[in-house]
Design a protein around this ligand. Sequence first.
Ligand code: 26Q
Length: 798
Amino acid sequence: MQVTKEQFIRDFKDTLHEEQQIKIIDATPRELFIALAKTLRKYYTPLWLERRRDLEKEQKKIAYYFSIEFLPGRMLETNLLNLGLLETVKEAFADLDLDFDTIKETEHDMALGNGGLGRLAAAFMDSLATTGYAGFGNGLRYRYGLFKQRIVDGYQVELPDPWFDSTGSVWETRKDHDNVYVKLYGDVYLQADDAGNLTPVYQGAQILRAVPYDVAQLGFENDTVNNLRLWDVEIPEEDELRYPTIADRRRIEDITAVLYPDDSNAQGRELRLVQEYFMTSAGLQTIIRSYLKMNLPLEDIYQKVAVHINDTHPAVAPAEFMRLLVDEYGLSWDKAWQATVKTMSYTNHTILSEALEKWDAGLFKYVLPRVYQIVLEIDRRYVADLAAKGVAPDVIEATRVVKDNQIHMAHLAIIGGHSVNGVAKLHTELLKEDTLHAFYQLFPEKFNNKTNGIVQRRWTQIADEALSNELDKWIGKEWRTDIHHLRKLNAFVDDEQAQADFYQVKQTAKARLAKYIFETTGVEVSLDAIFDVQVKRLHAYKRQLLNVLHIIKLYWDLKDNPEKDMVPRVFIFGAKAAPGYHFAKSVIKVINELANLINNDETLGGKLKVVFLENYRVSLAELIIPAANVSEQISLASKEASGTSNMKFMMTGAITLATLDGANIEIKDEVGEDNIVIFGMDKDDVYEHYQKHDYYSRGIYENNPTLKRVIDSFVNGTIPNIQSEGMEIYETLITHNDEYFLLEDFDAYVKVQETIDKLYRNRSHWMKMSLVNIANSDKFTSDDTIEEYAREIWHLEK
Ligand code: 26Q
């Protein structure tokens, strides 16, 4: 978009005057942010309208990405960058004597997601617009994003995260004309008409209004604007009398109040099912409506529409689509089913069985009586079809949708769609071999891999300006528009000047983070130390605790020998624990108390520091990741489906310290074994233990004095203030046999940490490794991942 600095300044001042009746010198940074955002909206709104018109005219196929999470973080800089105005606006602000960073920091992260899955959905929105495909998001407009984490006395405290104020978010537009109605609860029976056709009759259903709020998704420098549609709930005026009290109304508002209501009780689980159905039904209804405007036969809808099911949360989609096609639009079951299967596709994000959603059939029937009947019919026909084909009864039983009084949502998504994909090569192999093996045998053609990706523009051009400028200097600017030009950096990995220059880039990022660490925690860290970072959701399988075990080992090394020759190390953590996840919260407490112990022990000579940064989120990641020397990706092999922060660290020049899990394997394939540090058991070792049932953590503990001393530190008072948490960890590791095999991997991990220490001492060699990582990170652009989805799953045209 062509806007001169002068023009922008005029537009910006006009917006400030017209919308806020205020002058620049009187405005707060927040008011300036709002005016800036509104100025941008004026710039892109014509493009947004034009996009709609074009799509209607050209009748291109559209993919709809259904996801219960979207985690874009801050949108200002992305929107500026994608409009081609980031530099112009920074210069304009400098002219106006305004500090751009102060203004941008008043934007609240849009955090409608937990972690990887939600961030991936947001990345895909950016990449769909950037690659020019018609791909729209469909989700929920939560009033509160993922909780805001504070650390008090070392404990996680969860505070609400109201991410928009009474005027809503500046980036959204309410679209009243696209309202739809969603039916829940009540009774349904089937009534035959004169011709014998059965129509469902609903009695006493609750009818809610779904109101869409659209958020523009701008493509990078291509004038393309796609749409992310977030649904909110309202009580229809005509039904107001059904909700006479504040409590009655609040129960409805609760539907879009928070992401992942507490599902440890029945009420929470019901709310979650309502959320999932609400967003799915509203989205599908609008899709069918807009398809029908083209006057094409409904049974051909798959030619113009693809619906993607992001994990099982929207997996009610095939059944709801069937309900709409058959009940509301009168298609025959068979035609509707063919259309449904060709329309739907599903991504699996985890092999952990506890995350594969199953609904109690009684609850499902109570909340969604008609959809329940349809699910039963899908299940009945599935079983009959396979039996007729001679499929073994145990295979049918293992894969059907309804069994043991539960609705298996992944099964519904697989049976009701034409594609199932995992998110990294190993993960997809495991789905085929293990988790979804029976399905793979029945429908091998449905299975495919789509390795995750990241929006590299955010992690370089936005988060790491110094790196971006240095890249311009060495390889020219083309990489900014076509990331594959990064490979040119391979020519300079041995160049001593390049090594020195990129070392300075990293030091700049470290200095910025060190300042933040000091301001937020009071801990001083040296820029000569290795910044060793593990940031991700706190989960046992991700093994933050293995990192902790190693830190305690270093602590004892230094206590025994204060002269120990080691490069100073700063261990940096960022992690939120699910509110009901006791063990994860205990690990956070232990990290914080260990940090207190270590950071205040002067005998350690400043060689060891531990920092836990509270409230890890996208905007904090933008500060932390560019500053990392070491990227900790130490999940138990087979458990991390892909990981995506590993890709961000790689691209900003950290060395990956990893197990052979998820996309770490593919990072290794890109950089070669010499430029990554791999350790520990692989997936076969892990599966061998499962088969042989021969893992015995107590045996390892008793035979490894170093490890024993480390583990005893949790319960012998070494770390103050962690009585019950230390005990819980001890029991997890020893009494409960260490489910994620930390003990077996401990020695290997210690050893590669020593390798890291050695490698870092040779600056030239370290920087060579770092440059190889940056130079080959183009592999993980989400733009390419989306190209694969578009071509191979959704069959879209550009
Ligand atoms: C399931 C049932 C009941 C309640 C909650 C859930 C639930 C909630 C969130 C299940 C899964 C999630 C989130 C999963 C997630 O973020 N997975 C990550 O997805 C990334 C993108 O594909 C991968 O890179 C990560 O490896 C994977 O952990």
